[in-house]
Design a protein around this ligand. Structure first.
Ligand code: A2P
Length: 304
């Protein structure tokens, strides 16, 4: 079920992975274990999710008894915004490696294209409610990311939450081209132009929050009447239709769940196909609506 997608450095990533954002410590361990048992071979992590130590316990036991080999599982993590300074990047990566109990990551992403002032609070606001930053360019951070590849700590590097223009700039100086841009994609935020730009430049795209994340139930694409009717037609669940739509667009997709039945359900997406007409019906639902936009919290328009 891994359905590999080729990256621009000739490595492959399984098209379906388990998302772990908002997977609470206490639940995430069982979720990752269930996913590996169900055939997932791709786990998406990040330092800021505050659950890497627990996920590391699963990796440690799984890989030590050789039932699944380390090389068989694609593991991603992300550099948090407060660690963008070139002197901080390697330390942050090594902390994630220690927490996940790994010797290397398959993919390490710059989580957001903004350098926060380091602080215990992770997100430090000034008196005007604006996020406090440091003058570190993406170029400096990227050079430090490239260094991680050179040192063998990570196989591939990429970015997350990058807009077309941010990527456009990065591609002009990157010695190692970014392998991935991980962004919010579901039918309400379909991002066709960004996907097209990435794919035309050999940057793979991962769809995060493919089910509409934590939006109110009635607002989420998972409850959309078009999705419900296609699910009925295919005798599949709405979540399976949403995941399938992303896969058929050539995306990597990482639905999050800590519910064992849903984890298994979300992987059963390789035994049916949406027709061109059905894909179009879903494409038409786009309204450029983001569930994940920290702009207000950070006091700036990140996507503006
Ligand atoms: P839970 O963890 O309780 O299963 P996204 O991946 O878009 O961020 O969506 C994650 C949200 O969708 C979580 O609230 C998750 O809840 C829920 N979810 C995951 N899989 C399914 C599914 N198959 N059906 C319905 N809801 C799901």
């Amino acid at each position: 079920m891994t359905n590999p997608i080729l990256l621009n450095n000739n490595k492959t990533i399984p098209a379906l992975g388990l998302g772990t954002w908002r997977s609470e410590p206490g639940k995430v361990k069982a979720a990752v274990q269930t996913a590996l048992n169900a055939g997932y071979r791709h786990i998406d992590c990040a330092a800021i999710y505050m659950n890497e130590p627990e996920i590391g316990e699963v990796f440690s036991t799984t890989f030590s008894d050789d039932k699944i080999l380390r090389e068989e599982v694609f593991i991603t993590s992300k550099l948090w915004n407060s660690e963008h300074h070139p002197d901080a990047v390697e330390k942050a990566c090594r902390k994630t490696l220690a927490d996940l109990q790994l010797e290397y990551l398959d993919l390490y992403l710059i989580h957001w294209g903004i350098a926060f002032k380091p602080s215990e609070q992770k997100e430090l606001l000034d008196e005007n409610g604006m996020i406090m930053t440091i003058p570190v360019s993406i170029q400096e951070t990227w050079r430090a990311m490239e260094n991680l590849v050179e040192k063998g700590l990570v196989n591939s590097i990429g970015v997350a939450n990058f807009t077309t223009m941010m990527l456009f700039d990065l591609l002009t100086y990157a010695k190692i081209q970014p392998a991935m841009n991980q962004v919010e994609i579901h039918p309400y935020n379909a991002q066709p132009e960004l996907i097209n730009f990435c794919h035309s430049n050999s940057v793979a795209v991962t769809a995060y929050s493919p089910l509409g994340s934590f939006g109110a139930e009635h607002n989420r694409p998972i409850s959309d009447k078009t999705i419900l009717s296609l699910a009925k037609a295919h005798q599949k669940s709405p979540a399976q239709v949403l995941i399938r739509w992303s896969l058929q667009r050539g995306l990597v997709v990482i639905p999050k769940s800590t519910n064992p039945d849903r984890i298994v359900e979300n992987a059963k997406v390789f035994d049916f196909e949406l027709s061109d007409d059905e894909m179009m019906q879903i494409n038409k639902l786009n309204k450029n609506y983001r569930f994940v936009d920290p702009s207000k919290r950070w006091g700036l328009g990140y996507f503006n």
